[in-house]
Write a new protein. Sequence first.
Lengths: 122, 131
Amino acid sequence: MVKAVTSFGGSGLSDWLVQRVSGVVLLAYFLVVGSFLVCNGAELTYEQWSAYFDSTFMRVFSTAAVLSVVAHSWIGLWSVSTDYLTERMMGGKGTVLRLAFQAASAVVLFTYLVWGIQILWS
Amino acid sequence: MTKSVATVNDKRPVNLDIGTIALPITAYTSILHRVSGVFLVAGMAVLFWLLGTSLSGAEGFEQAKACLDSFWGKLAVWAVLVGLSYHAAAGVKHLIMDAGIGETMKGGETGAKLVFAVTAVMVLLTGLWVW
């Protein structure tokens, strides 16, 4: 089996599964937070909102969602970059472009990870 | 069998050059799934900012609220919600097809149309909610 060094889990099968599990986590998360917002409407107060995210359940669920965003985004951006930022599509600079794009993606996603944990746990 | 000296770095033939063929509706669904995904990576910054600001204190909560009351704030959040709706619908279609449902050409076309239909409804619902 070929190991892809820049892919998320090193194998296509593992990435395939992580992409689906993280996708389902995110769908559930957006539906839960979305329905909380829709149910409360414009009358939502700061006290209700912060109490909602202070609960252990929402902290853990939100952390799972942040981790899912990072993993899901990496696998998605990796798939896109390995399809289009290639020497076939971009000429001689393809590999350099792809690695630069992946490095920039890693910086952005790592920032999201730290930002999300900071919001939820501080 | 002739001995091949080709390596993986050689220019290998491409059998399917998508630039030269008419694309079916399923291809557009797939490309838009990718486009919306890349867009959402940037869109997440909007959601992280809104969450962080609204949870930073009563003052921050009002600031996030004021942002959602402004034209550009509404437009940005609506764009992210539309992107999320499309990406989620196309993602659920993937899960359904993973289960072996709608894998034929006809099934794929029906699935693609359903994704667009669900998104159209969500464009309206999220629009009504935001504005």
